[in-house]
Ligand binder design. Structure first.
Ligand SMILES: [Zn+2]
Length: 182
């Protein structure tokens, strides 16, 4: 699949069956909304391995499915804009391409080409997804933007490509320290 025209064809079928304008409006939003943070790897498409459909959840994707400043801003913006509290599920996966960033030689050549910072690139590597997902849950919970009004809960999971199964590493008991004011 590399031809975007094929996707446009599918869009015509989709548009005939779904009224997007009626979805995701603040007045029709539940009080809490699931939001999934996952890698941009095409194999780990959440519509596939989680069966997420239109209007079911917010989805944020970057390489590795890592928590960074941009992700934190996006979660806060979505929560405020939609007037919901987010149940964030972070999913890292085995065989992640970001694992290459753990190799100093690869990192150096990549940093030279992109002007990236070596330490930042090293931090993005997902070599043990159970370890990095736990670290990212803690990072999100510790961020001052993630008040109880924005964040209802955070959980951490690993998708094993070998089986297609998701294992929960950090359950939804992890909740922000700052209380909700509503
Ligand atoms: Zn990945």
């Amino acid at each position: 699949m590399s031809d975007f025209d094929e996707f446009l064809q599918r869009n015509r079928v989709f548009a005939a069956n779904v009224d997007l304008a009626r979805l995701a409006m603040p007045e029709s939003m539940p009080e809490r909304l699931p939001l999934v943070l996952v890698c941009a790897d095409p194999r780990v498409e959440p519509a596939g391995f989680l069966g997420i459909g239109t209007g079911d959840a917010g989805v944020l994707r970057n390489t590795g499915g890592r928590v960074d400043g941009r992700v934190i801003e996006d979660i806060a913006f979505l929560a405020v804009r939609l007037g919901v509290r987010m149940d964030v599920a972070i999913v890292h996966h085995t065989q992640c391409g970001t694992g290459l960033l753990a190799d100093p030689a690869f990192r150096r050549s990549f940093a030279e080409r992109t002007g990236g910072d070596d330490a930042v690139l090293a931090e993005r590597a997902v070599t043990d997804p159970a370890v990095t997902v736990r670290r990212d849950v803690e990072k999100l919970l510790a961020d001052p933007l993630m008040t109880g009004e924005v964040l209802a809960s955070v959980s951490g999971h690993v998708l094993r490509l070998e089986t297609g199964l998701v294992e929960t590493v950090v359950g939804t008991a992890a909740e922000p320290v700052a209380p909700a004011r509503r």
